[in-house]
Design a protein around this ligand. Sequence first.
Ligand code: 5GP
Ligand code: ZN
Length: 139
Amino acid sequence: MEGCIFCKIVKGEIPCVKIYEDDRVLSFADINPILDGHTLIIPKHHAGNIWEISADDLAAVHRASQKVAQAIKETMKCDGIACLQLNGRAVNQVVMHYHLHLLPRSDGQPALAMTNWDLKPGNMDSIRKIAGKIASAIK
Ligand code: 5GP
Ligand code: ZN
C-alpha cells in the first residue's frame, strides 16, 4: 500500500533486520525495542488490522509466531513472551499494517506496558546481534 512503512520493508525499499520469512510473512527486529529481542511479524500482503487481514494471512502470522517464539525462548533464555497486537488509534496502533509484537521478558524485568510506551531507538549493533542469534535458532 502506498506510503505504508511496512509495505516498503516488504518490498525492500526500507531496510530491516530480518529474522524469518516465508511466502506469506516477514519477521524482523523492532528498531525501538521495549526489551532485547523485541520482534515483529507481519503479513507481506497489506492489511491494516485484524478486521482487514485475510484468515489465511492471520493463520500464517500466528503459525510463524510459534517458530519465532521458540527461537526467542532458546536465544534470550526468557521466562515468558508476550504476543501483543494492537488495532486502531484508540489502542495506540502506530503503524497501520497488521503486526504481531513478540516481547520476551524475564522475571524481575520492568512490567510491560499494554498499549502505550515511548518509542526509543535501540542500539542497532545490539539489535543486529540479537536478531542474528534468534534467526539462527529458527528450525
Ligand atoms: P504499534 O503500531 O503496535 O504501536 O507499534 C509499531 C511498532 O513498529 C513500534 O514498536 C515501532 O518501534 C515499530 N516500527 C516503526 N517503524 C519501524 C521501522 O521502520 N522498522 C522497524 N523495524 N520497526 C518499526
Ligand atoms: Zn502495508
